[in-house]
Ligand binder design. Sequence first.
Ligand code: 13P
Length: 340
Amino acid sequence: MNRTELARIAHAMVAKGRGILAADESTGTIKKRFDKIKVESTEETRRAYREMLFAAPGAAEYISGVIMYDETLRQSTKGGERFADLLGRLGVVPGIKVDAGTKSMPNFPGEVITEGLDGLAGRLAEYHKLGARFAKWRAVIDIGAGIPTRTCIETNAELLARYAALCQEAEIVPIVEPEVLMDGSHTLERCEEVTNAVLAEVFQRLDAHRVYLEGIVLKPNMVIAGQKCAERAGPAQVAEATVRCLKRHVPSAVAGIAFLSGGQSEPEATLHLDLMNRIGSLPWALSFSYGRALQSTALSSWSGVAAQVAGAQREFIKRARLNGLAAQGKYDPALEKQAA
Ligand code: 13P
């Protein structure tokens, strides 16, 4: 394992004022997103959409890395440049989602476990050859009546740790993503309780598997009430609870933390990140690895129309810029009103 190289890449992924674009929607998920804008999901429309994002002029100022899906890592721009080469040329680290999605967990109704360890070492070696320098694995923890169970938390944490160890062996930085979902009607306090339990277990398993913490990026959920919860917590409460939870469980050796957006609106995800960074005195960089909260407006502006590419790119760059500011505690919600 080349620790120096792993730490260098991990730090580049959370460099000051920059964050990660999660564009690794599986073929099934991107179809759902395209259905909403009435665009047929084909290999070519998916390629054109990703090119719109990756080639957005100036986006690299705020985007440090891009998570791709297997198909995307093998695709190229219309002009024939491989996406991984385009990103590398722009100073953006190419990444790859390597989990194979979630499956119901036998004997544990309502809980899921992430698949994809079988043959992973071989796939990582190929992905490295194709240009990927970091990877992502997402574990999913749902909150509901009687769940999550200890077994679900322990099993998912063990899988994340084994994935992370395999990545580092292949000189690929693992994004370790334990996502406590914000679906459901639970309170912020319940989310904090579960996130505490999940992070404690994840770092215990990472330690047991001798994962090099300076060479990982943690991708957690924020501590937030479920979307169906009647008690809305204010943004300051979300920021405080999230930082409190992270400080308790994330060793300062970890290269950085890049949040998922998880269903928050674009401005909400940006404001929460900004408020956390304003708390200050944090041992790690707090940045973003957003999917929906970077793409939603850009996706609908694009709507599959070539003539709308430039406008959609401006929307994407606006979100990337505002999140880049939030990653430094320099965002102002009044900026939302400015034209893209
Ligand atoms: P969201 O920001 O849309 O939650 O997506 C991030 C991601 O990569 C989830 O795995």
